[in-house]
Design a protein around this ligand. Sequence first.
Ligand SMILES: Nc1ncnc2c1ncn2[C@@H]1O[C@H](COP(=O)(O)OP(=O)(O)OP(=O)(O)O)[C@@H](O)[C@H]1O
Length: 237
Amino acid sequence: MIQFTSLTQYRGHRAVLSGITFRALPGRVTGFLGPNGAGKSSILRILLGLDRPTLGTALVEGKPYRTLREPLRTVGSMLDGSGAHRSRTAQDHLGWVARSNGIPRRRVAEVLDEVGLAEAARTRVGKFSLGMGQRLGLATALLGEPSALVLDEPVNGLDPEGIRWIRGLLRRHADVGGTVLLSSHLMSEIAEIADDLVIITGGRVVAEGSTAEVTSGYNSLEEAFFGLTGGGQKATA
Ligand SMILES: Nc1ncnc2c1ncn2[C@@H]1O[C@H](COP(=O)(O)OP(=O)(O)OP(=O)(O)O)[C@@H](O)[C@H]1O
């Protein structure tokens, strides 16, 4: 489970997050939505120990990320692509990440295979396409067989087959009891896969619940999103 309680963050005198409270539950894919600048990245960066909140807590499996000894065994994440150095091969990058988290070396070949990069294991990351970089990022997230996955825009750059593949991968992860927190700007993608939704705008949660609950009364997730975030045009008489 991933749990945020009263998360508040100030940048200077400006509150970019105000009392963010929500949970992403095991066995569910939770879609995390918000317009540009809503605070999604800020929340995920705090969850992954890359930033500190002014107030409140962000816990994964009941613990703050920074207290996890081998964090990749608990939570796999992908924020900005693969995070791998251009001069490294995919295999070397994963080997290095595995060593730093006490993950057995055999997992490197397993995840390369799982994300469809077995043939590119010895290719330098600098030569990767955008979609290959995304696949390597996912391989890194899966390396420690974590219970929780946190993915920011994971379908960016993936072709239709890749998008279908990642949908299946996330579904299977949730179906065996894993927690998936997934941010995306692609409404159709989120509507297709998310069991639960959290919508934020201006650093506040404006809707939370099952996809059916959040979209009830609207014709589509897109309509719900614009209605809830105030992004839609109001009809004027
Ligand atoms: N390092 C920073 N210094 C100052 N302000 C920042 C910094 N990072 C983010 N912000 C501000 O915090 C707010 C939330 O930004 P954040 O990047 O978390 O939003 P987001 O929902 O991830 O947006 P996007 O969909 O565009 O990625 C924005 O107003 C942004 O300008």
